[in-house]
Design a protein around this ligand. Structure first.
Ligand code: MN
Length: 244
């Protein structure tokens, strides 16, 4: 039987909602579905982890999916927190930075989505725009209104020809959904820009020498009218993890 890749999906914390009385650690079902659709075995990774546990945990996983979520605290890239930061969770930041660094060190395939690509960039010494709307002149609307359906296209992106991302998606232009107000600013060591929005905001990064380390700022798990192309991204990721 063909080996199925075990994919760790990083989770988030949620406060208890009555009648539940304890906080939840979980992931959006869209990530789980996208991994399952291409034959991967998803495993939810809680957003708390001591740094030295990243190695043993990664050793069990074939691939790491860094999922979307709140903002990364600025202290992790030597900045001061802007008052515009949202949903900061330093425990999650620490856990994901440790996992990302371990996956980079050990060559485990990484797919980084939205917040995930920001974590990836910070893990490699990059910095972030803490709030695109106030820090990038002439910025487009990247933060879709609260409650907007995830699968609605928000803005176009131009992909760098020859990048893995462009190869996987089979195109150099796409329309994507957009639910972020942070983005990579200075690019981390070893990463290359693979996609930009028309306002210059970085929408894709990939590592130049790692076996598979691809990140996008949009949400391919909830594709905006291009399900087939975005499914190819998950397919390539899970295939790389299975072949490890
Ligand atoms: Mn965007």
């Amino acid at each position: 039987m063909e080996k199925r890749a075990l994919i760790g999906i990083t989770g988030r914390s949620e406060l208890p909602r009555p009648p539940l009385s304890s906080p939840l650690h979980g992931v959006s079902e869209a990530y789980v579905r996208a991994v399952r659709e291409v034959g991967g075995l998803p495993l939810v990774v809680p957003p708390v982890l001591e740094e030295e546990a990243a190695g043993p945990l990664l050793a069990c996983l074939d691939g790491l999916l860094l999922s979307g979520g709140g903002d990364v605290a600025a202290e992790f890239y030597a900045g001061a927190d802007s008052p515009l930061l949202m949903l900061v969770d330093r425990d999650r930041d620490r856990a994901e930075l440790a996992l990302a660094r371990e996956a980079l060190r050990t060559g485990r395939p990484i797919l980084a989505i939205c917040r995930g690509v920001q974590v990836l960039n910070v893990a490699l010494g990059g910095t972030l725009y803490q709030d695109i709307g106030t820090q990038v002149p002439g910025a487009l609307q990247h933060r879709s209104p609260d409650g907007q359906a995830k699968n609605v296209s928000t803005h176009p992106v131009r992909l760098v020809p020859g990048s893995r991302l462009a190869d996987f998606l089979g195109t150099t232009e796409a329309r994507v959904n957009s639910f972020h107000h942070q983005a990579a600013r200075d690019v981390g060591e070893g990463l290359a820009v693979t996609a930009r929005a028309p306002d210059g905001v970085i929408e894709g990064l990939e590592h130049q020498t790692h076996p598979f380390c691809v990140g996008v700022q949009w949400h391919p798990e909830n594709p905006a009218g291009n399900r087939e192309a975005m499914g190819c991204l998950f397919q390539a990721f899970v295939a790389a993890a299975a072949a490890r």
